[in-house]
Design a protein around this ligand. Structure first.
Ligand SMILES: *Cc1c(COP(=O)(O)O)cnc(C)c1O
Length: 347
């Protein structure tokens, strides 16, 4: 069997030899004392990239979102987001645990909300209603299959939030995947949000790290909160060097991952074991299995042929393409999906 083709998630990437070299050469210091030059360089670079005053390195995307939520709200406030949002579904109810706030979810179009929907969800002021305080958008929309917003869809939501006094945060774990498709500028996206969180450890291929971006006073507050969350770290220049390397070398290539996802989709579309293929927008591909084929059986068949994937429901499979899946691996996967996997799963 050839080397495994890991389509589990874009978080599985391992640092490339060149990234490891950059990490090895990193200048470091104690970041709790503000003395890590590589951390400072990465934070300054990402802040400038989004046209904001400041940025802060975070150990994870979840911590970045959770600290943003805490910094924007007071207990008994309310967060408004789409119902498949990462902050709602996959962060252990952290909004309640850390921030003691309520949440109002809205069903969107493939994870996307409109300003009209948000406007209807904002509560009037009353002693017995939570205070609508924060809107969180996600781009790309993970659970919705990697769909993305265009800036023109976000600007009316920004205007609404400003008018009604709500903060607007972007969970941009895969924002660079969205921008790879739209060609829109990071600066324009930065200007549309009070805060943004971006992940280095997804498609960008760094081993660890996210950045929270915003105004200087907001980031100062976030820095205090990060220490309280136990996320103040010491010689993080080693990790930040990987992030700088990723920004230099792994942003422009994201389009390859998207082409790979479309290539897999084209093959899956013709397979009798696939009942429905969700639209492929970026690097995520989700499909439903035909007849009574279970996700478990499909994963077992894929695994026998060296393809790792994940279940996204009892009869649903998710593939994610990334830096460590080469064009050759994609071609090999296509042959397997149309050959032995098809033979094993034939309904
Ligand atoms: C991965 C992800 C995060 C953060 O996850 P971590 O595993 O904590 O880095 C946040 N939001 C979305 C949409 C994600 O896909």
């Amino acid at each position: 069997m050839q080397s495994p083709i890991n389509l589990l998630s874009d978080t599985v990437t391992r640092p490339t030899p060149a990234m490891r070299q950059a990490m090895l050469a990193a200048e470091v210091g104690d970041d709790v004392f503000g003395e890590d030059p590589t951390a400072k360089a990465l934070e300054a670079r990402v802040a400038a990239l989004f046209g904001h005053e400041a940025a802060l390195f975070m150990p994870s995307g979840v911590m970045s979102n959770q600290i943003a939520i805490k910094a924007h709200t007071e207990p008994m406030d309310e967060l408004i987001c789409e119902e498949t949002s990462h902050v709602f579904r996959y962060e252990n109810g952290g909004y309640a645990f850390h921030s003691q706030i309520a949440i109002q979810t809205i069903p969107g179009d493939h994870g996307r909300l409109t300003a009209e929907q948000v406007a209807r969800a904002i509560k009037p002021k009353a002693d017995w209603l939570p205070r609508s305080r924060l809107v969180v958008l996600e781009n790309t929309c993970n659970a919705a299959g990697g769909s993305y917003y265009r800036l023109e869809q976000v600007l009316p939501i920004r205007d609404l939030c400003r008018e009604r006094g709500l903060a607007l945060h972007l969970d941009g774990a895969r924002l660079f995947n969205a921008l790879a498709e739209t060609g829109e500028a990071t600066q324009d996206w930065g200007r549309a949000f009070d805060s943004l969180s971006i992940c280095l450890s997804k498609g960008l291929g760094a081993p660890v790290g996210s950045l929270l971006v915003g105004r200087a006073d907001f980031i100062a507050k976030a820095r205090r909160l990060r220490k309280g969350f136990g996320g103040g770290m010491r010689q993080i220049g080693i990790l930040c060097a990987a992030g700088l390397h990723a920004l230099d070398h792994h942003v422009d290539r994201l389009r390859e991952d998207h082409a790979h996802a479309r290539r897999l989709a084209a093959v899956l579309a013709g397979q009798p074991y696939v009942a429905a293929l969700r639209p492929v927008h970026t690097n995520i591909l989700i499909f439903d299995l035909a007849g009574s084929i279970s996700a478990e059986a499909a994963l077992a068949s894929l695994a026998r042929h060296g393809i790792k994937a994940s279940a996204f429901g009892p009869q649903t499979i998710r593939f994610v393409t990334h830096l460590d899946v080469t064009a050759e691996m994609i071609e090999a996967a296509c042959v397997l999906l149309a050959g032995p996997v098809r033979a094993e799963l034939a309904p």
